[in-house]
Design a protein around this ligand. Structure first.
Ligand SMILES: Cc1cc2nc3c(=O)[nH]c(=O)nc-3n(C[C@H](O)[C@H](O)[C@H](O)COP(=O)(O)O)c2cc1C
Length: 181
């Protein structure tokens, strides 16, 4: 499979990245896959300008020439998209939202029929982000898998290390194994 991993957190290698890594470990247990990582915090990706150039341009190309060009190409060739994001004020991070908005150019054609594996780490709530993916999935024929993971103890009001999220890490690994089969 061709796999694209969209890392939304500015905290490289932390909670959401670790969950995605576990998923990839499970995926690789069952065979070889080409994985392309995009650390969106390190990329030059301008926000969508709403110009709708992509509606009519050849190949639905975006008018903006920046690092999103690589994401478009990888997405088109992919079977599986991994979305790894913390919750930031009720949604995916701004870095990832910029990517998502720019995917308008793919939505005219080429967004469909992918598998999405979404990993959300959070303190209090994740439902708004899960709800977004659940809303678009049927429209685009996307096979959707979402694993939320609370990295916070409401009783002590302290953040937890991702290593303590044993069940979610195992779930992510198992999902990787299943999707690889
Ligand atoms: C700016 C900011 C906003 C956040 N907003 C939320 C939020 O709205 N809901 C929530 O449950 N957690 C929120 N969090 C907590 C993070 O989602 C949580 O700590 C997550 O596990 C961090 O993942 P990461 O290590 O991959 O960056 C916020 C954290 C930051 C830094």
């Amino acid at each position: 499979m061709n796999v694209v991993v969209l890392h939304g957190s500015p905290r490289k290698g932390m909670n959401s990245d670790t969950l995605a890594d576990q998923f990839l470990s499970g995926l690789h247990e069952q065979g070889e896959h080409k994985v392309t990582h995009f650390y969106t915090n390190e990329m030059e990706i301008r926000p969508c300008q709403g110009c709708l150039h992509c509606a009519t341009s050849p190949g639905h190309a975006c008018a903006i020439d920046d690092d999103m060009t690589e994401v478009y190409a990888a997405y088109r060739d992919s079977d599986l998209i991994v979305w790894a994001t913390p919750m930031y004020w009720g949604y995916i991070t701004a870095q990832l939202k910029a990517v998502l908005d720019r995917m308008e150019a793919l939505a005219w054609e080429g967004f469909e029929d992918k598998t999405f594996a979404v990993f959300i780490t959070y303190r209090h709530h994740y439902e708004s982000t899960q709800g977004f993916f659940e809303r678009i999935a049927p429209h685009f024929g996307i096979k959707l898998h979402v694993i939320p993971c609370q990295t916070y103890d409401p009783e002590t009001r302290e953040d937890l290390p991702i290593s303590s999220c044993v069940d979610e890490l195992a779930e992510a690994y198992e999902l990787g194994r299943q999707l690889s089969a």
